[in-house]
Design a binder for this molecule. Structure first.
Ligand code: TXA
Ligand code: MG
Length: 352
């Protein structure tokens, strides 16, 4: 299959862009797949109410079909048509955070096929904050099932060229809307439990949710690597974002982290290995390795979320054998950053 790539600027959705979005919407209505930008990461979209489309999504990603998809809507009223009832908490959260990087899990009704929910009676729903995504959802009939637009196991794409890398030849269209704003996937909150529970940390933090809901819990399995329980979001059990090189997270004071990393890097390079380091603006000049990258600044951790997956993909392209990364604060958005980084490292952490 030939994959058409169209470029659309979010800030300038002119007549040509509208025509392209209409065409993309028709592809989805006809049961085809389109990769598109959201504010978090690129999504791989198909008609959420068409079981065949969901099956195609799993096939294109090489994703296990017990791992449910998120349904994307453009209007709150559309949500009410695919759930058995709308909890008050959903109304409050939507008013506070939609459109935005928050996915809510509710009980589904018969309109949503089990192919989309991986066999579950619940459905994950979100309204993305990106004009291209919102217009595409409207043009395609209102319900787009979209996982991140990467091959299963690779870092989520934050640029269209990574969708091209992973999905070219497998889907009908890729919409290139430039680099995404946030860079890590949405926060997922389960509203079917007595106390709403965070199943995946993201840009919307536990404190932000608590402010709206009063009470919030968190699935321990996502923060406790020694937990043997199964995570509640089926997708969280898979080792995501596995880079090609072996990644180790090093935690400790800045000085000891830098000197430890430099020491082991020297030994590895003497053995002929290519070593990549994920540092920050403040430390990148202190490292000596084959490749050193800054992932952002600790003064504003959203810069780190924005660059993290891109940096991991770049190291893949540069064929490093070994990687070291600094560690980040496990609070606020840092919790989401560490969750993704720990997965990429297969929970390999050294304290110095
Ligand atoms: O930011 C995002 O959420 C992006 C963009 C494209 O919107 N999408 C995304 O989708 O990250 P995906 O498929 O890569 O991750 C969806 C996660 C998986 O871990 C899946 O197991 C979980 O959501 N999930 C979906 N439906 C669920 C349900 N009914 N119950 C529990 N977990 C669910
Ligand atoms: Mg994903």
């Amino acid at each position: 299959m030939e994959t058409e790539v169209v470029i659309i600027e979010e800030k300038n959705i002119d007549d040509v862009a509208k025509e392209n979005l209409k065409k993309a919407g028709q592809i989805i209505k006809d049961g085809g797949l389109v990769a598109f930008p959201t504010e978090t990461v690129y999504g791989l979209g198909g008609d959420a109410l068409n079981p065949k489309s969901s099956q195609k999504i799993y096939a294109a990603k090489g994703r296990p079909s017990d791992n449910p998809l998120i349904v994307h809507v453009a209007e709150f009223e559309d949500l009410t048509r695919i759930v058995s009832s709308v909890p008050d908490s959903a109304k409050k959260l939507a008013a506070a955070f939609w459109p935005g990087p928050l996915t809510m899990i509710m009980n589904k009704n018969d309109k949503v096929p089990y192919e989309t929910t991986g066999g579950l009676d619940t459905v994950a729903i979100r309204m993305p904050n990106n004009q291209i995504a919102l217009e595409l959802i409207r043009q395609s009939g209102g319900y787009i099932a979209a996982p991140s637009a990467n091959t299963s196991g690779r870092p989520s794409p934050t640029l269209a060229r990574y969708c091209v890398e992973d999905l070219s030849g497998k889907i009908e269209m890729i919409i290139d809307g430039g680099q995404v704003g946030i860079g890590i996937e949405s926060t997922i909150v389960d509203l079917t439990c007595e106390v709403p529970m965070i199943l995946r940390p993201g840009y919307i933090t536990a404190d932000m949710l608590k402010e709206v809901l009063g009470e919030i819990s968190i699935d321990r399995t996502i923060i406790d690597s020694s937990s043997t329980q199964k995570p509640k979001a089926p997708g969280m059990k898979y080792r995501h974002y596995a880079p090609k090189g072996e990644l180790t997270i090093v935690q400790g004071s800045q000085d000891s982290v830098v000197s430890y990393i430099n020491e082991v890097t020297k030994t590895s390079m003497e053995q002929g290995k290519r070593v990549g380091i994920i540092g920050t603006d403040a430390t990148k000049d202190l490292y000596k390795a084959t490749i050193v990258k800054s992932v952002g600044t600790r003064d504003d951790e959203s810069t780190i979320a924005h660059e993290l997956f891109k940096v991991l993909r770049e190291f893949d392209d540069e064929n490093v054998d070994i990687m070291f990364s600094e560690s980040f604060d496990d609070s606020g958005i840092g919790q989401a950053i560490m969750n993704r980084l720990l997965k990429a490292a297969g929970h390999h952490v050294i304290t110095v």
